[in-house]
Design a protein around this ligand. Sequence first.
Ligand code: URA
Length: 237
Amino acid sequence: MNIKKAVEQHIEMENFFTGGLCIRSQKNASGKMAQPDESTIRKQKELEQIAEEVKKCRKCEIGSTRKNAVAGEGNPNARIMFIGEAPGADEDAQGRPFVGRAGQLLDRIIAAMRLSREDVFIGNILKSRPPENRTPKAEEIINCLPYLQKQIEIIKPEIIVALGAYAAQTLLETTKPIGQLRGHFFDYYTGLGKPPIKLLATFHPAYLLRNYTVESRQKVWEDMKTVLAALDLPVPK
Ligand code: URA
């Protein structure tokens, strides 16, 4: 690769990680807030119902140790769902996904894609915080995964972005390391006879914060460009 191209790529990647927040307006041509259609209202209600079930759920111990359940949030018609591992302390305190330091980095990634949190859906494999952020237990995944599966079935995203090894390995039912999984599309099946949803794994924002190297950021940027291109959305320069 020549130096000019390398410099251009570096600038592009830096812009990606520092890109300004770009909230897409929900207003229609006459400047009024667009009214959700019937299907959107129905999906929103179904998602709220799941959030209510999650709130009441005490199948695991962590259902009692948590401060708040974190069902997930976002657009019922999202084309992209970002799925992480489990709520941390900040998420547990607020009852919202990805609101701590890793969440702020995820916001910047989403903004750099020229999207906003209102465009996408953000959730986790587990809806309750494991104490001390320990790794989720098998029984916790078995109990919690059906909530996420229902959310996916309601939203019907075109792409699921699995954030980090844990989400990717759980959804793809594999033990392959994230280094091997990231950057490619896999098929995620929601049920027999239903068309698969594309799933792309990338590094977890918390991993990026710990390994804030040009190389790891470049990889995430490439992954997000792959997602945008697959959705026929403009790939920012
Ligand atoms: N890490 C996750 O995996 N999920 C969150 O919601 C926050 C941090």
